[in-house]
Ligand binder design. Structure first.
Ligand code: FAD
Length: 446
């Protein structure tokens, strides 16, 4: 059954015939081209330092194939950008699920983070010169990029803490400070950093102190100190850089949108980007469930004379995984529909719901699959261990769960408390009134 026949009925009315055809092509490309090519990608990447200097040739072969199939830049939604492939967020969401089943499919189709978010920033806020210099090669998949916000010295989940100094000197800006978790900075093709820093640290409005500026990756004064590991994995060739800036000079024209507009930009950047991660994570959860089903039906590995699938508890894992994935998918698709019908700002609540729920769901499913494999599940012989490590970081990256939960809780409480209290009070009074008309009494009632 091709992917287009499995679109949830709730989403189906919003999906065009063209998107359905593309969805089926994405599924086939991921399952038949990308997943089998992962071994070649890893082998070409090699070992040690070579992992940071190599661009596996198989990636270019896959990119050429993807372009031939028309599978390119699907992430840029049609009602907000002219440069994309002409799909809605919902349609891309369905496709991203399949991309999330492979470690290399997103890049092969030019839908990989952090380039997607950075391309959205340039398309939305960049001027013509910035678009020409950086957006065009990114859209063509010729270069890669990184977004530098988080800093080692401060709690960066509160973005008002960001310290990197951006000072104007004549026709230039001078940058001083340090960044870490700069994802994508390890790739030898990473040519441009989008850097968030403080251009007006004393501005009375804490949300007007920040700016975003474009910094070519090899500008003098930049030092990439090391690549950070994720539960021991290096994530090469992408990598997560720890980078310092010492009197780094860039032309004043590299500022995006204007001084003091940094917050506005990051709000815009993180909206749809957060659901892209969630959408791919649904695919990763589906993949974990596939691996789980494969193991429990492996007749060579029976326990106590029976395959694992005939033990009740294991079937319950399968059932729970199915329920949880299907529920999480609906939350993501709902957020995508809400963005399509307005914009990311009007869908903040739905995006936050997806951002929190989906990684937790996927981690639960992956954990069950790991358990079903026994020791094999924690080693390199299945994709499960690495998938778990990658997805665990999503509970921190783009803002930790607690920050989103706090905002969701605050909003739910603020928006509903008065109405709920009033309604319950009325219902109680009405109940008393109706009861008194009957002349009956309820025992034990106050
Ligand atoms: C794999 C990975 C990739 C990343 N990629 C990038 C990137 O490309 N660019 C970039 O700029 N950054 C990136 N990050 C960084 C990420 O965005 C930050 O780690 C995140 O925003 C949290 O900031 P912090 O690490 O400074 O934690 P802190 O701000 O120090 O927070 C620590 C903990 O405090 C708790 N906490 C925070 N606020 C609250 C609250 N209101 N209530 C209760 N508890 C709270 C949370 O549990 C949180 O995890 C990446 C991180 C990872 C792990």
């Amino acid at each position: 059954m091709p992917a287009s026949t499995r679109i949830p009925p709730i989403a189906l009315p919003f999906v065009s015939d063209r998107a359905k055809k593309t969805l089926d092509l994405v599924e086939e490309f991921v399952e038949k081209d990308c997943i089998p090519a992962e071994a070649v990608f890893q082998a070409q990447l090699g070992q040690g330092e070579q992992r940071w200097t190599t661009h596996p040739a198989v990636m270019e072969t896959l990119k050429a194939r993807a372009q031939q199939l028309g599978l390119w830049n699907m992430f840029l939604p049609k009602n907000h950008f002219a440069q994309g492939a002409g799909f809605s967020n919902l349609e891309y969401g369905l496709m991203a699920e399949y991309l999330g089943k492979s470690l290399i499919a997103s890049e092969a189709t030019n839908n990989a983070a952090p380039d997607t978010g950075n391309m959205e920033v340039l398309a939305k806020y960049g001027n013509e010169a910035q678009k020409q210099q950086w957006l065009t090669p990114l859209l063509e998949g010729r270069i890669r990029s990184a977004f530098l916000m988080t800093e080692p010295e401060v709690a960066s989940s509160d973005a008002t803490n960001i310290q990197l100094n951006i000072r104007r000197e004549g026709d230039e800006y001078v940058l001083n400070g340090s960044k870490w978790w700069s994802s994508g900075a390890g790739d030898p093709r990473c040519a441009i950093y989008l850097v968030m820093g403080k251009s007006a640290p004393d501005h009375p409005d804490p949300y007007k102190q920040q700016s975003v500026i474009l910094v070519p990756a090899h500008t003098p004064g930049i030092t990439v100190h090391r690549m950070l590991t994720v539960y021991g994995y290096d994530d090469a060739p992408h990598g997560h850089g720890h980078i310092s800036f010492e009197n780094v000079r860039v032309p004043a024209a590299n500022l995006v949108l204007g001084e003091g507009r940094g917050f506005e930009i990051i709000q815009g950047r993180l909206g749809p980007g957060r659901i892209h991660h969630a959408m791919r994570t649904i695919g990763a959860a589906e993949k974990a469930l596939e691996w789980l089903i494969a193991r429990i039906n492996d007749d060579r590995k029976q326990t106590f004379g029976r395959p694992l699938a005939s033990h009740g508890v294991i079937l319950e894992w399968v059932a729970r995984s199915r329920i949880e994935i299907d529920a999480a998918r609906l939350i993501v698709l709902n957020a995508a529909i809400k963005i399509d019908q307005g914009d990311a700002k009007s869908a903040l609540r739905e995006i936050a719901q997806a951002k929190v729920l989906v990684p937790q769901t996927a981690l639960a499913v992956i954990d069950r699959a790991v358990q079903a494999y026994g020791a094999a599940g924690v080693c390199q012989d299945t994709p499960l261990a690495y998938m778990w490590a990658l997805i665990r970081t999503l509970r921190i990256a783009d803002g930790p769960d607690e920050v989103h939960l706090q905002q969701l809780g605050k909003r739910e409480n603020r928006d509903r408390k008065a109405e709920i209290r009033q309604k319950l009070e009325w219902q109680r009074g009405e109940g008393e009134r109706l009861l008194s008309q009957t002349g009956l009494k309820i025992k034990g009632r106050l």
